[in-house]
Design a protein around this ligand. Sequence first.
Ligand SMILES: [Zn+2]
Ligand SMILES: [Zn+2]
Length: 417
Amino acid sequence: MDEEHDTSYKQNDPAPRYNGRDAAIYLAHLHGAKVLLGTATPSLESYHNARSGKYGLVEMPERFGGIQMPEIVVVDARQELKERKMQSHFTSVLLESLKEALAKGEQAILFQNRRGYSPTLRCNTCGWHSECINCDVSLTYHKWRNNLQCHYCGYQQELNKTCPACGSHELNLQGFGTEKIEDELKIYLPDASIGRMDYDAVRTKDAHARIINDFEERRMEVLVGTQMVTKGLDFENVSVVGVISADQLLQFPDFRSGERGFQLITQVAGRAGRRGKRGKVIVQAMNPAHPVIREVIDSDFQAFYEREIMERKAFEYPPFTRLINITLKHKKPDVLNRGAKIFAQVLRAKLGKRMLGPTVPPVSRVREYYLLDIMIKMERNPAIWKATKELVWEATRVMQQEEGFSTVRVNVDVDPG
Ligand SMILES: [Zn+2]
Ligand SMILES: [Zn+2]
Protein backbone atom coordinates (compact mmCIF):
# COMPACT_ATOMS: atom_id res chain seq x y z
CA MET A 1 0.00 0.00 0.00
CA ASP A 2 1.57 3.22 -1.14
CA GLU A 3 1.12 6.40 0.95
CA GLU A 4 -0.25 4.34 3.86
CA HIS A 5 -0.79 7.51 5.96
CA ASP A 6 -3.17 9.02 3.42
CA THR A 7 -6.52 10.08 4.90
CA SER A 8 -8.35 9.19 1.70
CA TYR A 9 -8.01 5.50 2.67
CA LYS A 10 -10.51 6.27 5.40
CA GLN A 11 -14.17 6.38 4.42
CA ASN A 12 -16.10 8.52 6.91
CA ASP A 13 -19.44 8.82 5.19
CA PRO A 14 -21.58 6.98 4.23
CA ALA A 15 -21.27 3.55 5.87
CA PRO A 16 -19.34 1.29 5.74
CA ARG A 17 -16.94 3.49 7.75
CA TYR A 18 -13.58 1.80 7.43
CA ASN A 19 -9.91 2.37 6.70
CA GLY A 20 -8.70 0.64 3.52
CA ARG A 21 -5.21 0.21 4.99
CA ASP A 22 -6.50 -1.53 8.11
CA ALA A 23 -8.85 -3.68 6.03
CA ALA A 24 -5.88 -4.79 3.89
CA ILE A 25 -3.83 -5.67 6.98
CA TYR A 26 -6.70 -7.69 8.38
CA LEU A 27 -7.28 -9.48 5.08
CA ALA A 28 -3.59 -10.35 4.87
CA HIS A 29 -3.74 -11.64 8.44
CA LEU A 30 -6.63 -13.99 7.53
CA HIS A 31 -4.59 -15.43 4.66
CA GLY A 32 -1.19 -15.48 6.33
CA ALA A 33 0.04 -12.96 3.74
CA LYS A 34 2.33 -9.97 4.21
CA VAL A 35 1.55 -6.30 3.56
CA LEU A 36 4.12 -3.73 2.52
CA LEU A 37 3.23 -0.20 3.68
CA GLY A 38 5.11 2.62 1.96
CA THR A 39 5.29 6.32 2.88
CA ALA A 40 7.65 9.22 3.55
CA THR A 41 5.44 10.35 6.46
CA PRO A 42 4.22 7.28 8.39
CA SER A 43 1.02 7.41 10.41
CA LEU A 44 1.65 7.42 14.15
CA GLU A 45 -0.06 4.02 14.38
CA SER A 46 2.11 2.31 11.77
CA TYR A 47 5.36 3.81 13.03
CA HIS A 48 4.50 2.86 16.59
CA ASN A 49 3.88 -0.71 15.39
CA ALA A 50 7.27 -0.70 13.67
CA ARG A 51 9.05 0.63 16.75
CA SER A 52 7.41 -1.85 19.08
CA GLY A 53 8.43 -4.78 16.87
CA LYS A 54 4.95 -5.62 15.61
CA TYR A 55 5.95 -4.57 12.08
CA GLY A 56 9.31 -4.87 10.35
CA LEU A 57 10.95 -1.60 9.33
CA VAL A 58 12.97 -0.76 6.22
CA GLU A 59 14.24 2.81 5.94
CA MET A 60 15.29 4.75 2.84
CA PRO A 61 17.17 7.78 4.11
CA GLU A 62 17.80 9.14 0.60
CA ARG A 63 15.30 10.30 -1.98
CA PHE A 64 14.73 8.05 -4.96
CA GLY A 65 17.11 8.74 -7.85
CA GLY A 66 19.51 10.66 -5.60
CA ILE A 67 17.43 13.85 -5.72
CA GLN A 68 18.40 16.20 -2.88
CA MET A 69 15.94 17.08 -0.13
CA PRO A 70 14.58 20.58 -0.79
CA GLU A 71 15.65 23.62 1.19
CA ILE A 72 12.72 24.59 3.45
CA VAL A 73 12.43 28.23 4.42
CA VAL A 74 9.84 29.39 6.92
CA VAL A 75 8.73 33.01 6.58
CA ASP A 76 7.29 34.93 9.51
CA ALA A 77 4.16 36.37 7.89
CA ARG A 78 3.28 38.37 11.00
CA GLN A 79 6.64 40.15 10.87
CA GLU A 80 6.23 40.91 7.16
CA LEU A 81 2.75 42.22 7.84
CA LYS A 82 4.13 44.54 10.51
CA GLU A 83 6.83 45.79 8.16
CA ARG A 84 4.24 46.21 5.40
CA LYS A 85 6.12 43.83 3.12
CA MET A 86 3.16 41.52 2.52
CA GLN A 87 1.34 41.92 -0.79
CA SER A 88 -2.16 40.50 -0.36
CA HIS A 89 -1.53 36.95 0.96
CA PHE A 90 2.04 36.71 -0.31
CA THR A 91 5.23 37.42 1.61
CA SER A 92 8.05 39.25 -0.19
CA VAL A 93 10.19 36.11 0.17
CA LEU A 94 7.63 34.00 -1.67
CA LEU A 95 7.05 36.55 -4.45
CA GLU A 96 10.80 37.02 -4.99
CA SER A 97 11.38 33.27 -5.18
CA LEU A 98 8.53 32.89 -7.67
CA LYS A 99 9.89 35.67 -9.89
CA GLU A 100 13.39 34.16 -9.80
CA ALA A 101 12.11 30.71 -10.73
CA LEU A 102 9.95 32.01 -13.58
CA ALA A 103 12.83 34.09 -14.95
CA LYS A 104 14.83 30.87 -15.24
CA GLY A 105 11.99 29.06 -17.00
CA GLU A 106 11.21 26.96 -13.94
CA GLN A 107 7.79 26.20 -12.48
CA ALA A 108 6.11 26.56 -9.09
CA ILE A 109 3.30 25.04 -7.04
CA LEU A 110 1.32 26.97 -4.40
CA PHE A 111 -0.65 25.10 -1.79
CA GLN A 112 -3.73 26.43 -0.01
CA ASN A 113 -5.96 23.91 1.71
CA ARG A 114 -9.27 25.66 1.11
CA ARG A 115 -11.21 26.02 -2.11
CA GLY A 116 -13.41 28.84 -3.32
CA TYR A 117 -12.66 32.55 -3.12
CA SER A 118 -13.55 33.52 0.47
CA PRO A 119 -15.00 31.30 3.17
CA THR A 120 -17.09 34.01 4.85
CA LEU A 121 -19.27 36.99 3.90
CA ARG A 122 -19.61 39.27 6.92
CA CYS A 123 -21.45 42.52 7.73
CA ASN A 124 -19.16 45.25 9.09
CA THR A 125 -22.04 46.99 10.83
CA CYS A 126 -23.77 44.23 12.82
CA GLY A 127 -21.50 41.18 12.53
CA TRP A 128 -23.99 39.02 10.61
CA HIS A 129 -22.42 36.37 8.37
CA SER A 130 -23.84 34.26 5.57
CA GLU A 131 -24.84 30.77 6.68
CA CYS A 132 -26.27 27.72 4.94
CA ILE A 133 -30.00 27.19 5.44
CA ASN A 134 -29.44 23.43 5.95
CA CYS A 135 -26.10 23.32 7.81
CA ASP A 136 -24.26 25.07 10.61
CA VAL A 137 -21.47 26.36 8.32
CA SER A 138 -20.75 29.66 6.61
CA LEU A 139 -21.24 29.87 2.85
CA THR A 140 -18.14 30.17 0.69
CA TYR A 141 -18.02 32.81 -2.05
CA HIS A 142 -17.10 31.42 -5.48
CA LYS A 143 -16.08 34.11 -7.91
CA TRP A 144 -16.39 32.09 -11.13
CA ARG A 145 -20.09 31.54 -10.41
CA ASN A 146 -20.46 34.75 -8.44
CA ASN A 147 -22.47 33.01 -5.75
CA LEU A 148 -22.31 31.60 -2.23
CA GLN A 149 -22.03 27.83 -1.77
CA CYS A 150 -22.23 25.34 1.07
CA HIS A 151 -19.38 22.81 0.98
CA TYR A 152 -21.40 20.33 3.08
CA CYS A 153 -24.71 20.05 1.22
CA GLY A 154 -24.19 21.91 -2.06
CA TYR A 155 -26.77 24.63 -1.32
CA GLN A 156 -26.18 27.77 -3.41
CA GLN A 157 -27.52 31.31 -3.31
CA GLU A 158 -26.81 34.70 -4.83
CA LEU A 159 -24.33 37.01 -3.18
CA ASN A 160 -26.17 39.35 -0.81
CA LYS A 161 -25.97 43.03 -1.83
CA THR A 162 -27.14 44.27 1.55
CA CYS A 163 -27.08 42.71 5.01
CA PRO A 164 -30.31 40.74 5.59
CA ALA A 165 -30.10 41.51 9.32
CA CYS A 166 -29.54 45.29 9.37
CA GLY A 167 -29.69 46.49 5.75
CA SER A 168 -26.12 47.79 5.75
CA HIS A 169 -24.23 47.87 2.43
CA GLU A 170 -20.90 47.23 4.14
CA LEU A 171 -20.47 43.54 3.46
CA ASN A 172 -16.97 42.10 3.51
CA LEU A 173 -15.49 38.88 2.15
CA GLN A 174 -13.17 37.37 4.76
CA GLY A 175 -10.46 34.73 4.46
CA PHE A 176 -9.06 33.19 1.30
CA GLY A 177 -9.22 30.04 -0.77
CA THR A 178 -7.45 28.77 -3.88
CA GLU A 179 -9.60 30.88 -6.20
CA LYS A 180 -8.54 34.10 -4.49
CA ILE A 181 -4.86 33.06 -4.39
CA GLU A 182 -4.97 32.36 -8.14
CA ASP A 183 -6.77 35.65 -8.80
CA GLU A 184 -4.49 37.87 -6.72
CA LEU A 185 -1.28 36.20 -7.85
CA LYS A 186 -2.10 37.45 -11.36
CA ILE A 187 -1.74 41.02 -10.06
CA TYR A 188 1.83 40.42 -8.87
CA LEU A 189 2.92 38.09 -11.67
CA PRO A 190 1.09 39.62 -14.63
CA ASP A 191 3.12 37.79 -17.28
CA ALA A 192 2.92 34.30 -15.77
CA SER A 193 0.42 31.70 -16.84
CA ILE A 194 -1.31 30.57 -13.66
CA GLY A 195 -3.64 27.61 -13.26
CA ARG A 196 -5.60 25.99 -10.49
CA MET A 197 -6.31 22.43 -9.39
CA ASP A 198 -9.02 21.81 -6.78
CA TYR A 199 -12.40 20.12 -6.51
CA ASP A 200 -14.08 22.93 -8.51
CA ALA A 201 -11.47 23.02 -11.26
CA VAL A 202 -11.53 19.27 -11.96
CA ARG A 203 -15.30 18.81 -11.95
CA THR A 204 -15.74 18.71 -15.71
CA LYS A 205 -14.76 15.69 -17.78
CA ASP A 206 -11.01 15.26 -18.40
CA ALA A 207 -10.22 18.51 -16.54
CA HIS A 208 -7.84 16.79 -14.10
CA ALA A 209 -5.79 15.20 -16.88
CA ARG A 210 -5.81 18.45 -18.88
CA ILE A 211 -4.43 20.51 -15.96
CA ILE A 212 -1.68 17.98 -15.28
CA ASN A 213 -0.85 17.83 -18.95
CA ASP A 214 -0.71 21.65 -19.29
CA PHE A 215 1.62 21.83 -16.32
CA GLU A 216 3.78 18.96 -17.51
CA GLU A 217 4.13 20.47 -20.99
CA ARG A 218 4.95 23.82 -19.34
CA ARG A 219 2.02 25.68 -20.82
CA MET A 220 1.24 26.58 -17.22
CA GLU A 221 3.97 28.05 -15.01
CA VAL A 222 2.36 28.28 -11.59
CA LEU A 223 -0.16 25.77 -10.26
CA VAL A 224 -2.32 26.79 -7.29
CA GLY A 225 -4.13 23.97 -5.56
CA THR A 226 -5.56 22.19 -2.54
CA GLN A 227 -4.42 18.79 -1.17
CA MET A 228 -4.84 17.51 -4.71
CA VAL A 229 -1.43 18.93 -5.64
CA THR A 230 0.28 17.05 -2.80
CA LYS A 231 -0.63 13.63 -4.09
CA GLY A 232 1.98 11.72 -5.98
CA LEU A 233 2.54 14.29 -8.72
CA ASP A 234 6.13 14.57 -9.85
CA PHE A 235 7.02 17.39 -12.15
CA GLU A 236 10.61 17.61 -13.35
CA ASN A 237 10.76 21.37 -13.63
CA VAL A 238 9.23 22.53 -10.32
CA SER A 239 11.83 24.43 -8.31
CA VAL A 240 9.62 26.38 -5.88
CA VAL A 241 6.78 25.19 -3.69
CA GLY A 242 4.86 27.67 -1.52
CA VAL A 243 2.64 26.87 1.45
CA ILE A 244 0.36 29.92 1.74
CA SER A 245 -0.77 29.37 5.33
CA ALA A 246 0.88 26.69 7.47
CA ASP A 247 -1.15 27.86 10.47
CA GLN A 248 -4.40 26.78 8.85
CA LEU A 249 -3.01 23.26 8.42
CA LEU A 250 -2.28 22.96 12.13
CA GLN A 251 -5.67 24.06 13.38
CA PHE A 252 -7.93 21.08 12.80
CA PRO A 253 -10.11 20.55 15.90
CA ASP A 254 -8.78 17.02 16.30
CA PHE A 255 -6.11 15.12 18.22
CA ARG A 256 -4.50 14.26 14.88
CA SER A 257 -4.00 17.88 13.84
CA GLY A 258 -0.21 17.83 14.42
CA GLU A 259 0.13 14.58 12.48
CA ARG A 260 -1.97 15.89 9.58
CA GLY A 261 -0.01 19.14 9.48
CA PHE A 262 3.35 17.37 9.45
CA GLN A 263 2.22 15.01 6.68
CA LEU A 264 0.66 17.70 4.48
CA ILE A 265 3.54 20.17 4.64
CA THR A 266 6.14 17.42 4.15
CA GLN A 267 4.24 15.90 1.23
CA VAL A 268 3.77 19.25 -0.52
CA ALA A 269 7.45 20.08 0.10
CA GLY A 270 8.36 16.84 -1.64
CA ARG A 271 7.01 18.27 -4.92
CA ALA A 272 10.02 20.61 -5.13
CA GLY A 273 13.36 19.65 -6.59
CA ARG A 274 14.71 17.95 -9.65
CA ARG A 275 17.68 16.00 -10.79
CA GLY A 276 20.88 17.84 -10.07
CA LYS A 277 19.18 20.90 -8.62
CA ARG A 278 17.90 21.52 -5.13
CA GLY A 279 14.32 22.71 -4.81
CA LYS A 280 13.08 25.43 -2.48
CA VAL A 281 10.01 25.36 -0.26
CA ILE A 282 8.60 28.57 1.22
CA VAL A 283 6.36 28.00 4.23
CA GLN A 284 4.40 31.11 5.26
CA ALA A 285 3.31 31.08 8.91
CA MET A 286 1.94 33.54 11.45
CA ASN A 287 3.47 31.34 14.15
CA PRO A 288 6.77 30.05 12.72
CA ALA A 289 7.83 28.75 16.15
CA HIS A 290 5.18 26.01 16.11
CA PRO A 291 7.00 22.73 16.94
CA VAL A 292 5.55 20.91 13.91
CA ILE A 293 6.88 23.63 11.57
CA ARG A 294 10.34 23.33 13.14
CA GLU A 295 10.29 19.56 12.67
CA VAL A 296 9.21 19.85 9.04
CA ILE A 297 12.04 22.33 8.30
CA ASP A 298 14.56 19.94 9.83
CA SER A 299 12.96 17.00 7.97
CA ASP A 300 13.02 15.38 11.39
CA PHE A 301 10.31 12.76 11.53
CA GLN A 302 11.97 11.16 14.58
CA ALA A 303 11.67 14.34 16.65
CA PHE A 304 8.10 14.79 15.52
CA TYR A 305 7.24 11.20 16.39
CA GLU A 306 8.87 11.29 19.84
CA ARG A 307 7.04 14.47 20.82
CA GLU A 308 3.71 13.43 19.36
CA ILE A 309 3.74 9.90 20.82
CA MET A 310 4.41 11.30 24.32
CA GLU A 311 1.34 13.51 23.99
CA ARG A 312 -0.79 10.64 22.75
CA LYS A 313 0.30 8.58 25.73
CA ALA A 314 -0.26 11.37 28.25
CA PHE A 315 -3.78 12.08 26.96
CA GLU A 316 -4.64 8.43 26.24
CA TYR A 317 -5.19 8.70 22.51
CA PRO A 318 -4.47 6.15 19.76
CA PRO A 319 -2.31 4.16 19.26
CA PHE A 320 -2.50 3.61 23.05
CA THR A 321 -6.29 3.44 23.06
CA ARG A 322 -9.01 2.82 20.51
CA LEU A 323 -11.78 5.28 19.77
CA ILE A 324 -15.37 4.87 18.68
CA ASN A 325 -17.15 7.99 17.56
CA ILE A 326 -20.93 7.80 17.64
CA THR A 327 -22.98 10.52 15.93
CA LEU A 328 -26.68 10.79 16.70
CA LYS A 329 -28.81 12.68 14.16
CA HIS A 330 -32.33 14.08 14.05
CA LYS A 331 -34.14 16.98 12.41
CA LYS A 332 -35.68 18.09 15.72
CA PRO A 333 -33.10 19.24 18.30
CA ASP A 334 -35.25 18.40 21.34
CA VAL A 335 -35.90 14.84 20.12
CA LEU A 336 -32.16 14.48 19.50
CA ASN A 337 -31.22 15.80 22.95
CA ARG A 338 -33.63 13.52 24.80
CA GLY A 339 -32.73 10.50 22.64
CA ALA A 340 -29.01 11.08 23.21
CA LYS A 341 -29.63 11.16 26.96
CA ILE A 342 -31.23 7.70 26.88
CA PHE A 343 -28.48 6.37 24.63
CA ALA A 344 -25.70 7.79 26.80
CA GLN A 345 -27.26 6.41 29.98
CA VAL A 346 -27.02 2.84 28.69
CA LEU A 347 -23.36 3.33 27.76
CA ARG A 348 -22.36 5.19 30.91
CA ALA A 349 -23.75 2.49 33.20
CA LYS A 350 -21.14 0.06 31.87
CA LEU A 351 -18.37 2.29 30.49
CA GLY A 352 -18.16 5.01 33.13
CA LYS A 353 -15.32 7.41 32.32
CA ARG A 354 -14.55 5.62 29.05
CA MET A 355 -17.50 7.48 27.53
CA LEU A 356 -17.36 11.21 26.71
CA GLY A 357 -20.35 13.33 25.71
CA PRO A 358 -22.86 13.81 24.28
CA THR A 359 -21.24 16.97 22.91
CA VAL A 360 -22.18 19.37 20.14
CA PRO A 361 -19.66 18.90 17.28
CA PRO A 362 -17.95 21.93 15.62
CA VAL A 363 -20.44 21.63 12.75
CA SER A 364 -23.65 20.98 14.65
CA ARG A 365 -26.13 20.70 11.78
CA VAL A 366 -25.68 19.12 8.33
CA ARG A 367 -28.35 18.69 5.61
CA GLU A 368 -31.12 19.73 8.04
CA TYR A 369 -30.04 17.15 10.65
CA TYR A 370 -28.87 18.27 14.09
CA LEU A 371 -25.89 16.30 15.40
CA LEU A 372 -24.56 15.16 18.77
CA ASP A 373 -21.31 13.22 19.28
CA ILE A 374 -20.46 10.56 21.83
CA MET A 375 -16.86 9.36 22.06
CA ILE A 376 -15.76 6.07 23.57
CA LYS A 377 -12.09 5.76 24.47
CA MET A 378 -10.97 2.32 25.56
CA GLU A 379 -8.00 0.09 26.28
CA ARG A 380 -6.69 -2.11 23.49
CA ASN A 381 -8.19 -5.28 24.90
CA PRO A 382 -10.16 -7.66 22.64
CA ALA A 383 -12.57 -8.73 25.41
CA ILE A 384 -13.50 -5.15 26.33
CA TRP A 385 -13.69 -4.36 22.64
CA LYS A 386 -16.23 -7.09 21.95
CA ALA A 387 -18.36 -6.22 24.96
CA THR A 388 -18.39 -2.55 23.96
CA LYS A 389 -19.52 -3.34 20.43
CA GLU A 390 -22.50 -5.24 21.84
CA LEU A 391 -23.18 -2.41 24.26
CA VAL A 392 -23.44 0.11 21.41
CA TRP A 393 -26.00 -2.12 19.69
CA GLU A 394 -27.91 -2.40 22.94
CA ALA A 395 -27.93 1.37 23.50
CA THR A 396 -29.26 1.84 19.96
CA ARG A 397 -32.01 -0.73 20.57
CA VAL A 398 -33.03 0.72 23.94
CA MET A 399 -33.26 4.26 22.55
CA GLN A 400 -35.08 3.38 19.33
CA GLN A 401 -37.64 1.20 21.16
CA GLU A 402 -38.57 4.13 23.35
CA GLU A 403 -41.68 5.95 22.05
CA GLY A 404 -40.76 8.90 19.78
CA PHE A 405 -37.10 8.02 19.28
CA SER A 406 -37.22 5.33 16.59
CA THR A 407 -36.21 7.94 13.99
CA VAL A 408 -33.02 9.09 15.75
CA ARG A 409 -30.19 7.97 13.47
CA VAL A 410 -27.03 6.40 14.85
CA ASN A 411 -23.72 6.48 12.93
CA VAL A 412 -20.88 4.46 14.42
CA ASP A 413 -17.31 5.18 13.34
CA VAL A 414 -14.67 2.83 14.75
CA ASP A 415 -11.11 4.22 14.67
CA PRO A 416 -12.26 7.60 13.32
CA GLY A 417 -9.67 9.25 11.09
ZN1 LIG B 1 -25.65 43.84 9.27
ZN1 LIG C 1 -25.35 23.19 3.67
